[in-house]
Design a binder for this molecule. Structure first.
Ligand code: PMP
Length: 353
């Protein structure tokens, strides 16, 4: 007899598995990764530390060493920091701790898709408010969040995929005029150099998400962290899996933070390339580039976005097609790559974009 498989929870039945849109290509400008892997000297340090790890032992569940270094970077205490298996895991933990059926979250679309997905996973009702035409947060944003009765507000700044920042005034208005837990996602902050972390001193209802996946070239090792008041951090610790960040990743992230000078140089190069790509795209007829404070640029085509995406793919360049998303008709998001990769992108765009 063929046995039937148990159906999943009702909320899960409705979901689709996440599709990162991966294709085997020569030039991958689709995932906002750093185009440069770790340089030899840093890689050697990371490899060396792995040689000394006790593979038979569980990692430090509190990641004390790494949290201490992160806390120091911001002038905070370790009790203001929790680390996770990428920022994504911390978003999930945050919703497990503070979301659920009786709570509601607010997002400002278009934005990072994981907020809505993880709301669905955790059965947290999600109200999606629209950004303005230039992707700024809606006017009177705190009033709108109050009308929506938002318990948790996700503000992505710089916003993925549009690249613009929320203003500090907007964030302060959310912190002052709502009772929500305000989550500011600074995954791309190193490319904007505009962190609002100092507001943590004043506002216990603020949480800031950061990641090593972008500026720090560490997407493969999955390290993210959340900064917040001890109450926020403590409750996230209650729901996170005990050994969520493996020993190797903890050690590697610590090494990278001791070598920030190297990353500063890489970031400066990416910023210069961002300007070059932006200007090149703006000069092309039929394409509009949105000003960006991140390591990617959103481009809108007057013609078919999906067609342009296919054309780029046919030249072995992968970018992210956002055509299906509300407010992003015919839009592509291109990650800033190495100068050669960016030149290849510009060439294809110039010849039929
Ligand atoms: N926030 C934003 C806005 C992102 O774009 C990403 C990565 N795509 C993340 C958080 C999570 O990154 P990670 O899980 O790699 O730390």
């Amino acid at each position: 007899m063929v046995k039937k498989v148990l159906s999943p929870r009702k909320t899960v039945a409705k979901l689709k598995a996440y599709d990162p849109g991966k294709h085997a290509v020569d030039i991958n400008l689709s995932a906002n990764e750093n185009p440069y892997d770790l340089p030899e000297e840093l890689r050697a340090q990371v490899v060396k530390v792995s040689a000394d790890l006790a593979f038979n032992r569980y990692p430090d569940p509190d990641a004390r060493d790494l949290r201490a270094v992160i806390a120091k970077r911001y002038g905070l205490e370790p009790g203001n920091v929790v680390v996770g298996n990428g920022g994504d895991e911390l978003l999930l933990s945050l919703l497990l701790a503070f979301g659920g059926e009786s709570r509601s979250a607010v997002t400002f679309e278009p934005t990072f898709s994981m907020y809505k997905i993880l709301c669905d996973v955790t059965s947290t009702p999600c109200v999606t408010l629209r950004r303005r035409d230039d992707f700024a947060l809606p006017e009177a944003v705190a009033d709108k969040v109050n009308q929506a009765k938002g318990d948790i507000v996700f503000v992505c700044s710089p916003n993925n995929p549009s690249g613009n920042l929320a203003t500090e005034d907007e964030i302060v208005s959310l912190l002052e005029e709502t009772d929500s837990l305000v989550v500011v996602d600074e995954a791309y902050e190193e490319f904007s150099r505009a962190s609002i972390y100092k507001l943590l001193d004043t506002y216990p209802n603020l949480a800031i998400l950061r990641t090593f996946s972008k500026a720090f070239s560490l997407a493969g090792l999955r390290v993210g962290y959340l900064l917040g008041s001890p109450e926020v951090i403590l409750n996230i610790k209650k729901v996170k899996l005990p050994y969520n960040l493996n020993a190797f990743s903890q050690a590697a992230a610590k090494i990278l933070l001791a070598n920030e000078d190297y990353f500063e140089k890489v970031i400066s190069e990416i910023l210069a390339e961002r300007e070059r790509v932006f200007n090149a795209v703006q000069a092309l007829p039929g394409l509009e580039a949105y000003p960006s404070f991140a390591n990617f640029i959103l481009i809108k085509s007057e013609r078919s976005g999906p067609e342009l995406w296919r054309k780029l793919l046919s030249k072995s360049i992968l970018v992210r097609d956002f055509d299906g998303a509300a407010g992003l008709e015919n839009c592509l998001r291109v990650t800033i790559g190495s100068p050669e990769q960016n030149s290849a992108l510009i060439d294809v765009l110039a010849n039929g974009g």
